[in-house]
Ligand binder design. Structure first.
Ligand code: NAD
Length: 350
């Protein structure tokens, strides 16, 4: 196994691994460990080149630093990518080699699930390194993060409603959910229980049928979702849905959902601000999963009650950054960036 360092300005450590025996070609980026060890998922993707993989892992690891800083997980930011086709190139040997690669950082980088990497893959990685989180509850780990992400989103929506309506009550508030998978489906149920009027939209028609039958959600098509007048539009499917085409169509007072990278470009945060649409920055409101995972790393190990207490602080974090946004005349996205930078700078100066 050959591990070599790639020098990148602004990053603590970026390592490349090539292993002829298993075919592993991977990169781990540790962006910043000021606030704690760098936690971030492991992704497998058929990148066209190492440069493309490097671009992705740098961008994602930096994002994790900011996400953890705002969520106060006591962690830094990192990420790993395996270059390869997840459909044809997964093997036991590959994940054992990846485990040794993760282990070589001696806990400076801690891994978890990400795109195309599941629990069975991480179970193999774990045989070579203890620096793996997010495994099953039975194994003493924190388990499936989705219900916790959904809970965090609900808390974030409370903060949004308070700013928009002066009260955090969901009674009669209308929420349109784009995507009702692992997170969106759970969130829809929580919203209904809280008294909201829930509209759902998903390309998986069977899922929509099932959920609406069971819970009485109203259903909207992909076309109609933007035209529904509502309090909150909640992207819970994929990224980049908020863009030049969709923004003029939105008839919501706020955007708050679990999807990563909801804005196609950072400037769209300014567009939303100008239109008076309150945007809950995605990486702040969807931090429930990582907060849940971070509790595994506390001295006493995973404790669900503690995880829930910490997840509920998403409400306070959003309130705080909405205040910063108002006071400093910044988009909420820029305000969250500022909050993260402040928290890192404070820790550095201690
Ligand atoms: P999922 O795959 O379980 O659900 C996504 C759902 O969106 C699916 O039901 C899919 O059919 C639907 N969908 C896809 N494209 C759509 C479209 N164009 N219009 C409508 N519906 C569409 O994924 P998930 O785990 O629920 O995650 C949802 C989003 O939240 C993702 O962006 C994910 O990165 C993000 N996220 C998830 C977690 C977590 O804990 N699972 C944590 C942080 C962020």
């Amino acid at each position: 196994m050959e591990i070599s360092e790639i020098q990148v300005d602004g990053y603590e450590k970026v390592l490349r691994c090539r292993d002829a025996d298993s075919g592993l070609h991977a990169i781990i980026a540790v962006h910043d460990t000021t606030l704690g060890p760098a936690l971030g998922g492991m992704r497998m993707w058929p990148y066209a080149s190492e440069d493309e993989a490097l671009f992705d892992v740098l961008r994602l690891s930096r994002g994790m630093t900011f996400k953890s800083a705002v969520a106060e997980t006591g962690l830094g930011g990192g990420k790993s990518v395996i270059i390869g086709d997840p459909k044809t190139q997964k093997s036991e040997k590959l994940f054992l080699a990846m485990g040794r690669f993760v282990d070589s950082l001696d806990g400076k980088y801690i891994t978890a699930e990400d795109m195309n990497i599941g629990i069975p893959d991480l179970d193999i990685v774990k045989r070579e390194t203890r620096w793996v989180t997010g495994l099953s509850r039975e194994s003493g780990s924190s388990g499936n993060p989705s219900p916790y992400t959904a809970r965090g989103c609900l808390q974030g929506m409370r903060a949004v409603l308070e700013v928009v309506h002066g009260t955090d009550s969901f009674d009669g508030r209308r929420v349109v959910l784009q995507g009702v998978g692992a997170v969106g489906g759970g969130l829809a149920v929580l919203l209904k229980e809280a008294g909201a009027e829930v509209y759902i939209c998903d390309i998986n028609v069977d899922r929509v049928r099932e959920l609406s039958k069971e819970y009485g959600f109203k259903v909207v098509t992909e076309e109609e979702q933007f035209d529904v007048e509502c309090d909150i539009y909640a992207p819970c499917a994929r990224g980049a849905g908020i863009n030049d085409e969709t923004i003029p169509r939105l008839r919501c007072k706020a955007i708050a959902g679990s999807a990563n990278n909801q804005l196609l470009e950072p400037r769209h945060a300014d567009d939303l601000r100008e239109l008076g649409i309150l945007y809950a920055p995605d990486y702040v409101i969807n931090a429930g999963g990582i907060i849940n995972v971070s509790v595994e790393l506390l001295p006493g190990g995973y404790d669900e009650a503690e995880a829930l207490r910490r997840i509920d602080r998403i409400y306070d974090n959003l309130k705080l950054l909405f205040e910063i946004s108002e006071r400093e005349n910044l988009s909420t996205r820029a305000a969250s960036q500022r909050l993260a930078e402040q928290r890192i700078a404070e820790a550095r100066s201690r």
